[in-house]
Design a protein around this ligand. Structure first.
Ligand SMILES: [Zn+2]
Length: 140
């Protein structure tokens, strides 16, 4: 069993969804506060609308200190891990936070807890699509 980890900063929700379909995976949103001020496509309501049952918010795996005001403190690790392992029994699972780097993100803490339970983890890579809107930002 492999559980994937993913940081969405700078990425498109549609690219993540394409990868989820490819893997037959569900994404577990492990943000305590599942909102994005700068990238509304990553707000919980929009993700749930776009991804349907491939989107699950798991607040138990949120970091109480997500604002950066202290060390990583997972809300309820054992309840959260049970949710993830239940899902992972039948489908691939992707743990999602905002942070582009795994290192220092609380999803690394969760990944380590999974590894201690003999679950392999791997950072997810997307097949990035170059959409016209990206080209539009390049000056002529
Ligand atoms: Zn993070």
């Amino acid at each position: 069993m492999t559980v994937f980890t993913f940081g969405y900063q700078g990425k498109r929700a549609s690219d993540l969804l394409a990868r989820l379909v490819e893997l037959d995976a569900v994404v577990c949103d492990v943000r305590l506060s599942p909102r994005s001020r700068w990238a509304p496509e990553w707000n919980r309501n929009q993700l749930a609308a776009q991804m349907g049952d491939r989107y699950v918010h798991v607040p138990a795996l949120g970091n109480r200190n997500y604002r950066g005001d202290g060390p990583v403190e997972i809300q309820d690790l054992s309840i959260g891990l049970r949710t993830v392992l239940d899902l992972a029994a039948t489908r691939s699972v992707v743990l999602m936070c905002v942070c582009s780097k795994l290192s220092g993100c609380h999803r690394e803490t969760i990944a380590q807890a999974l590894q201690e339970r003999s679950v392999e983890t791997e950072e997810l890579r997307l097949n990035l699509s170059l959409t016209p809107s990206l080209f539009a930002e390049i000056p002529a």
